[in-house]
Design a protein around this ligand. Structure first.
Ligand code: OGA
Ligand code: NI
Length: 344
């Protein structure tokens, strides 16, 4: 991958990483074993981590290790196939689900190849005046890919609801206050990421700095470091220690808006490695496309007046997905575009 990329061109695109990382002291590790009957201490820990970091790591999360290993193995198996084989399931402008290589789309911003799957089939998203149906493309190898994926999806979805309920409680809301947004026409998806070794680790990034646009992200990493989180207190990039058993959770833009900025969606990025390839599997927990995202009325007060105008999630999501595919030069849509400017 990328033998002919001109380093000075890459460097001109974005601020490049400092390869002398600050280790992840401080990203809270939260034990979810009491999650089925949440204790006040657990709810407080979730609230504090969400507020201070926007990121935390969970252990005893309930996803069986074997279920996760099977999908990790299937992902390695898939990415090791020939390019020709992988391109049989490539995404296109009619259905942006499937395989893509950042280099093939001339997206030299990111040093990675990915495979996207929705967790509901079909998943409907708006596209200008009509709706498009996202359907998954299943690779032929490994042959039981679909079964493995579906088993993982069921388990990680349970964890997503558990976290959603804890976050809801931590915002002083009823446990199930947010569940309804996800009960119908959910647009969640799982992305398999493969970051190949990169000859210019000081010049390229696996994923450039960004915030996740959905509600919540549940990330499975392998044992190779790479993820960096921007610390809220001083803006330093903090390297997250890899751990193959826990999950990294981050608050997405939608929870930022629902909480009226009590919680923030925090910037993160992935740096590349010269010798080692890296794999990761984020589950993006997203509501139905018809949901209009707006601060919850319980989070609005005289002291904290409403900070965002409502926006339609499906349109936001489709704009991101499609611009990612065809209009790489177009600036990504951001929630800041819906921010209500004080005094305006
Ligand atoms: C993402 C992301 C992190 C990683 O895909 O949005 O932030 O470690 N991935 O792959
Ligand atoms: Ni991300």
């Amino acid at each position: 991958m990328g033998e002919v990329v001109d380093p000075s061109f890459i460097q001109s695109i974005e601020h490049r990483p400092n390869l002398d990382p600050i280790e992840a002291q401080g990203i809270p590790i939260i034990d979810l074993s009491p999650a089925n009957s949440p204790t006040d201490a657990l709810v407080a820990a979730i609230g504090e981590a969400s507020q201070k970091w926007g990121f935390f790591q969970v252990i005893n999360h309930g996803v069986p290790a074997e279920t996760r290993r099977k999908l990790e193995w299937a992902s390695r198996e898939f990415f090791s196939l020939s390019k020709e084989e992988k391109l049989k399931v490539k995404r296109d402008d009619l259905n942006p689900q499937g395989y893509y290589d950042a280099e093939l789309t001339k997206n030299v911003r990111d040093w990675k190849e990915v495979f996207d799957f929705t967790t509901k089939e079909p998943t409907i998203i708006p596209n200008d005046s009509h709706f498009i149906h996202l359907v998954n493309r299943w690779p032929q190898h490994p042959p039981n890919f679909r079964e493995i994926f579906e088993e993982y999806t069921r388990e990680v979805e349970k964890l997503a609801y558990k976290l959603l309920e804890l976050i809801s409680l931590s915002l002083g809301l009823a446990k199930d206050r947010l569940n309804g947004f996800f009960s119908d026409k959910q647009t969640s998806f799982i992305r398999l990421n493969h970051y190949p070794p990169c000859p210019f680790p000081d010049l390229a990034l696996g994923v450039g700095r960004h915030k996740d646009g959905g509600a919540l992200t549940i990330l499975a990493q392998d044992n190779v470091a790479g993820l960096e989180v921007k610390r809220k207190t001083d803006g330093e990039w903090i390297r997250v220690k890899p751990d193959v058993d826990s999950y990294i959770i981050n608050i997405g833009d939608i929870i930022q808006v629902w909480s009226n900025d009590k919680y923030e969606s925090v910037e993160h990025r992935v740096i590349v490695n010269m010798e080692k390839e890296r794999f990761s599997m984020p589950f993006f927990f997203n509501p139905g496309h018809h949901i209009n995202v707006v601060p919850l009325e319980e989070e609005i007060s005289l002291d904290n007046p409403v900070r965002y105008k409502a926006y339609n999630w499906g349109k936001f999501f489709a704009t991101r997905k499609m611009s990612n595919f065809v209009k790489l030069k177009v600036e990504n849509i951001q929630i800041s575009q819906f921010k209500i400017v004080e005094g305006a």
